[in-house]
Design a protein around this ligand. Structure first.
Ligand code: AMP
Ligand code: MG
Length: 366
């Protein structure tokens, strides 16, 4: 995007005060004749000649002849027609933003690939671009699977639990810049799974929760295969989240399919590691993540695990860089433990006594 104008479009006053000629001051003092007043949106009619000043407001064009603006606090009006200046700091250019200082007409102000944060939106507005081409937010269907699941507004009967992954994943989709669409709950039956997964495959991205591990009713990978989804990986050496599945269906209506394990924390971690970066690539970001920082442990921590493990943690900026503290947590079903977490510490497999101050990789999730 190139600018269609110089910004500022004229030499601009940056203070309320008086536009003057700096050479008129002797030891920072002068009494000058006030020849007009220019408020923002108006243009000066007169040039400032020696011995003269123009009363001027922030944002207004500086009249020809003047080379400085003295702030009103350093002046004293002597009636309507004269002003006394007392400002030893005055030098040419004081409180004036010269024309074109911010940008020149024709200059590129936003490059392809820029992320439209609020400041970019403001800049686009400043150069008159009411519409620009963008990568659309990818549509992401979320489908929970499980015979044990009931809707959020229901009281679970014996053996049942509420579908907490649905709302959680929809929230993660929004936060990752996707456009979430809720497909509800599919039952652990081939008919139900076929119907709802078939529907979900019409979206560019399908995120499934549950049904991808090794249990008797983990039917999702088989149904995906039947529906023409090619598996790229199934099972990853990590904890939580080992059963995670990723596949694609090609063709004109192509779809990325993520099968996340049903345990809530597995779903959440796998989303951050695999789904979020994919959504960011689809949305045109150059840095898809996941975002891993290195942080110093704020306390000793003994930990035993057989796989690389993402442990919920609190990450904060300390005086000497990032600091991280593991939070109490008892495993992949424990979503409540995540209320006090904003990150995951990555621990290697083994039986370790991590010392306070040791620097560890940490996955940031906000
Ligand atoms: P699965 O991956 O289907 O074997 O499920 C693993 C565990 O996660 C089981 O205890 C499920 O009850 C639980 N679970 C599966 N789906 C959900 C969901 N949508 N919300 C909350 N918990 C779930
Ligand atoms: Mg299940």
């Amino acid at each position: 995007v190139a600018s269609d104008l110089d910004m500022p479009p004229y030499d601009k006053a940056m203070m309320d005060g008086y536009a003057i000629r700096s050479a008129d001051l002797i030891s920072g003092r002068a009494v000058l004749a006030v020849i007009e007043e220019v408020t923002a949106g108006k243009i000066p009619v007169h040039a400032v000649a020696p011995g003269q000043a123009t009363r001027i407001m922030t944002g207004a064009p500086v009249p020809p002849g003047a080379d400085a603006v003295v702030m009103v606090e350093r002046t004293r009006a002597l009636g309507e027609e004269r002003v006394e200046i007392e400002d030893a700091s005055v030098r040419p250019g004081l409180n004036i933003l010269p024309r074109g200082r911010e940008m020149r007409r024709g200059e590129t102000v936003l490059a392809t690939g820029s992320v439209l944060r609020p400041q970019e939106l403001g800049l686009l507005a400043a150069v008159g671009r009411a519409a620009v081409k963008v990568h659309p937010a990818p549509g992401v269907v979320v489908l929970a699977t499980g015979d044990e699941l009931v809707e959020v507004n229901q009281k679970p009967g014996p053996g049942k639990i509420r579908n907490s992954n649905g709302p959680m994943l929809l929230g993660q989709v929004s936060r990752a810049g996707g456009r979430p669409l809720d497909l509800g709950i599919a039952r652990d039956q081939p008919d139900s799974l076929h119907a709802l997964i078939g529907k979900g495959l019409q979206s560019p991205v399908l995120v499934l929760s549950g049904g991808v591990s090794a249990g008797k009713l983990d039917l999702v990978p088989g149904v995906l295969r039947d529906l023409g989804v090619e598996a790229h990986f199934h099972k990853v050496e990590m904890k939580p989240g080992k059963p995670v599945f990723f596949g694609t269906r090609g063709g004109p209506e192509s779809c990325l399919v993520f099968g996340l394990p049903g345990n809530p924390v597995s779903s959440l971690v796998c989303f951050e590691l695999f789904v979020r970066p994919a959504l960011r690539i689809l949305a045109g970001h150059a840095d898809p993540g996941p975002k891993v920082v290195r942080a110093a442990l704020s306390k000793d921590f003994a930990y035993q695990t057989d796989r690389p493990t993402f442990h919920p943690a609190w990450l904060e900026a300390g005086e000497h860089g990032w600091r991280v503290r593991p939070v109490p947590w008892f495993g992949s079903p424990d979503l409540r433990g995540l209320i006090h977490a904003n990150a995951f510490l990555l621990f290697p497999p083994g039986n370790h006594r991590h010392q306070a101050g040791q620097v560890c990789p940490v996955l940031q999730v906000e």
